[in-house]
Design a protein around this ligand. Sequence first.
Ligand code: ZN
Ligand code: ZN
Length: 184
Amino acid sequence: MNLEENRPTWDEYFLMMAKLAATRSTCLAFPVGAVIVKDRQILATGYNGSPSGSVHCTAQGFCYPGLSSCDASKTLPSRAVHAEANAIAQAAKHGISTGGASIYVTLEPCIYCLKLVISAGIREVFYETVFNSGEKAELRDSFVSEGLVEFKQIQLSETMAKRAALLLMNPTSVPKDALTESFR
Ligand SMILES: [Zn+2]
Ligand SMILES: [Zn+2]
């Protein structure tokens, strides 16, 4: 038996971190998480939500009181700062260079965040779910053609997701291998 198979790959590890960050989302359009990584070290994390210090959508009933969802209005602007933008802002706030870093996101960056990602010197985007289509996808592809950024879609294997869920749902550091036993 190869116990190494029980360990996540680096891509799976950072995607799981991004998924954990997404659990903190406060804007209810949908949860998104982001993790900025360089040399396998996490530099900053972010999730989508109203600007730091502003009332959460989760606290007042969506982006504006009275809406049926955060994205229900065609005219009212979203109050959310996107996960990637929040992660880059967190790095800026703490004086951490994002040059040459990678970003792991649960959703492909929107065009606005992608431009921010590129200008922040982040060169690789690992994402779980596709977002852009049509002309936005064409703009994304033009940035890729220019050599500014690379994209890779990644998924968490079912085996790894189940293992992580088991660790989340139980005391993790138990002095026996009951958790790994359940995978054999
Ligand atoms: Zn909202
Ligand atoms: Zn965005």
